[in-house]
Design a protein around this ligand. Structure first.
Ligand code: OAD
Length: 241
């Protein structure tokens, strides 16, 4: 069985990282994404944009994976032991899936703990603030580093692998994403077109909730471990002699 999971900010909400669109508390309710998350903003106000991502990077370093991240890591291993496969795609730029133990996570919106050099294009691990005097570890250029994240107007990463693997899945699950940002918001429609059953776990119904065959509403830390157990129990029952 091949299960394709897409995660969004909701899975990291209980780790204290906050979401983008939750009323009042969401990052984009407090900050204007056009001023902080576009290539134009970076060109016009690099220090302001770097400060925003430096702040988010420092927050991330104090956060820990929650039971939803841990359940998905165990689920991936359990599926593998049953000759199955988990594709884990996240819109999140945090590393909480990896710290929980998940391998091969596709970060379609990039990774906060990496920096990219605008000169040599090398991507390097980065845990400190990025400053105007930061030096690229690969080419030595000073002042050419940016966060390795995808901004509005830029193309998300791994779209070729996603286009190849999503139609081959036996089940598509979206966790903690509002279905407001494409192309990720379109994955459920792609799955349906290819006859892949679809399921949503969310606190509130996503914008595209009507496209899901099944939905479980509740905090990810409860709903995700419960979902994983149900799927494994169903798999084991179908394999019982
Ligand atoms: P959103 O903030 O748009 O949506 C978060 C979703 O998580 C909502 O549906 C919430 O109901 C749900 N949620 C909140 N707390 C939850 C909890 N404890 N358990 C389960 N669900 C919970 O975040 P995304 O959909 O991830 O892109 O946003 C997609 C993209 O928009 C982000 O990757 C980012 C943003 O602009 C870029 O920065 C390019």
């Amino acid at each position: 069985m091949h299960i394709f999971i897409l995660t969004g900010a909701g899975i990291s909400a209980e780790s204290g990282l906050g979401t983008f669109r939750d009323a009042g508390t969401g990052l984009w309710a407090r900050f204007d994404p056009m001023k902080l998350a576009t290539p134009e903003a970076f060109q016009q106000r690099p220090a302001e944009v770097q400060a925003f991502y430096n702040w988010r990077r420092q927050n991330l370093l104090t956060a820990s994976p929650n039971p939803a991240h841990l359940a998905l890591a165990r689920f991936g291993d359990a599926l593998y032991r049953r000759s199955g496969r988990l594709t884990l795609v996240t819109q999140n730029i945090d590393d909480l899936h990896e710290r929980a133990g998940s391998g091969d996570v596709l970060h379609m919106h990039g990774e906060l703990l990496k920096a990219r050099c605008l000169d040599c294009h090398a991507v390097t691990a980065w845990r400190e603030d990025i400053a105007t005097h930061s030096r690229c570890a690969a080419c030595g250029h000073i002042g050419a580093l940016r966060p390795h994240v995808v901004w509005f107007g830029e193309t998300p990463l791994y779209l070729d692998l996603i286009a190849e693997w999503l139609p081959t899945a036996d089940l598509f699950l979206a966790i903690g994403t509002s279905g407001a940002v494409y192309p990720a918001a379109g994955f459920v429609a792609t799955a349906r077109r290819h006859g892949v059953p679809t399921c949503e776990i969310n606190l509130d119904p996503a914008d595209n909730a009507s496209l899901f065959d099944q939905a479980f509403y509740g905090p990810a830390s409860d709903a995700v471990p419960a979902w994983c157990e149900r799927i494994l129990a169903r798999l084991d029952a179908s394999r019982a002699p």
